[in-house]
Design a protein around this ligand. Structure first.
Ligand code: NAD
Length: 364
């Protein structure tokens, strides 16, 4: 991983690319695409709301760099991550006679990025893909690392591929229109990066929570850049999650169970926040951290406006969901647990009783 000026480089041999974190970066998308992609025609994938807010500078910049734009809009929300929507995008590509030099550009949150990335990974066995993320979650997490997927009606992210983008253009200015709840959801992933890898980033969020919640550009730029650096380092070391990359799933074992139980009521980041508290209580019970750890993590999550308790939560039911996910993944339930702020370990064989005790503490 190399960082220079405003960009971070993800070093993956012939799949290497740069992540630009640049206010007003939308106006630079065209030039950046023209410099790394061979094709001069792109399919811009977005949703109605985002294209209305931020589409114009992107289209203008692409066209003035000599890249012709065909726009395809997908519905808003998680339901857009489906094979049906992927098929509509294949249809749009075929209708406009895109060949193997096609460039797929995603403009939007993690949903649009995952869907457009999956289509880019599979159309004609893989074409160039460019990420222009516009939610904090997508800017600090989803747009870097090459995981693409659509959902199966039975399980989330079940059909997908690793397909690295050719470039990521992050313009923090786009966050000015993001609903506050979405902003808070993204902060959960920033805090996660702090807990697993970087005590300084964690401290930064502790000290600047108000500025981050107020969407102050300098504070946002700082946490986006640092998160992308950390994610780039992990992805460079373990592109396909055969080891280290699993630490990025901190808070996700329980978080996914809460997310699927909530049937869309809770945002991904909110579920990760609850999942991180569950993991902290587990680690405390196992003697891996002192009680002060959970307290500090709880305080920063609260300061970021994220939930740390879920009254009425049914521990047995969540345990069932987690065990079911385990079967779906054909592996054992593995927990990413903290040993201190900035360091985690992967632990399996945690007893059901220990997990239920941790879940009860979140439900209190
Ligand atoms: N590929 C990965 O590595 C990875 C990692 C984490 C999460 N994800 C995926 O990301 C998805 C969640 O992404 P998300 O949280 O970005 O949700 P999202 O894509 O649904 O976006 C949230 C909402 O914000 C709106 N929006 C986007 N940008 C906006 C802006 N600038 N101003 C106003 N509104 C805006 C969208 O229209 C949408 O309604 C999930 O499907 C999850 O599985 C993928």
């Amino acid at each position: 991983m190399r960082t220079s000026g405003t960009s971070i480089s993800v070093e993956l041999e012939d799949r290497s690319y740069r992540v630009h974190v640049q206010p007003q970066g939308l106006a630079e998308v065209g030039r950046a695409v023209a410099s790394v992609c061979r094709g001069r025609r792109c399919l811009l994938v977005s949703c109605r709301r985002v294209v209305r807010l931020w589409g114009e500078p992107v289209v203008r910049s692409l066209e003035s760099a000599g890249v012709a734009v065909t726009t395809a809009l997908v519905p808003d929300g998680e339901q857009a991550k489906s094979l049906q929507q992927a098929e509509k995008l294949y249809e749009a590509l075929l209708r406009a006679r895109f060949d193997r030099q096609a460039v797929v550009v995603s403009l939007g949150g993690g949903v649009v990025g995952d869907l457009a990335g999956f289509v880019a990974a599979t159309y004609q066995r893989g074409v160039d893909f460019v990420q222009v993320p516009t939610t904090l979650l997508a800017q600090v997490d989803a747009s870097v690392g090459g995981k693409t997927a659509v959902n199966h009606p039975r399980a989330k992210n079940m059909i997908g591929a690793f397909h690295q983008p050719r470039l990521v253009m992050i313009d923090p200015v786009t966050l000015s229109s993001l609903p506050k709840r979405q902003l808070r959801g993204g902060l959960a992933e920033v805090i996660k990066h702090g807990v697993i890898l970087d005590a300084r980033l964690f401290r930064y969020v502790e000290q600047h929570a108000d500025a981050l919640l107020a969407a102050e550009p300098e504070a946002l730029k700082h946490v986006i850049r640092r998160s992308c650096q950390l994610k780039a380092e992990v992805v460079t070391a373990d592109e396909r999650e055969s080891g280290l990359r699993a630490i990025l799933n901190y808070g996700h074992t329980l978080g996914h169970a809460v997310e699927s139980a909530s049937a869309g009521r809770w945002l991904h980041g909110e579920c990760v926040s609850l999942g991180m508290m569950g993991a902290a209580y587990l680690a405390e019970d196992l003697g891996m951290v002192t009680a002060a750890f959970a307290g500090r993590q709880r305080d920063v999550l609260r300061a970021a406006g994220l939930p740390v308790r879920l009254p009425g939560l049914a521990p047995e039911q969540l345990w069932e969901r987690m065990s079911h996910d385990k079967k779906a993944a054909a592996g054992s339930l593995r927990w990413v647990l903290p040993t201190r702020i900035g360091e985690v370990r992967i632990v399996s064989d945690v007893s059901k009783e220990t997990v239920l005790r941790a879940l009860e503490r979140i439900g209190e």
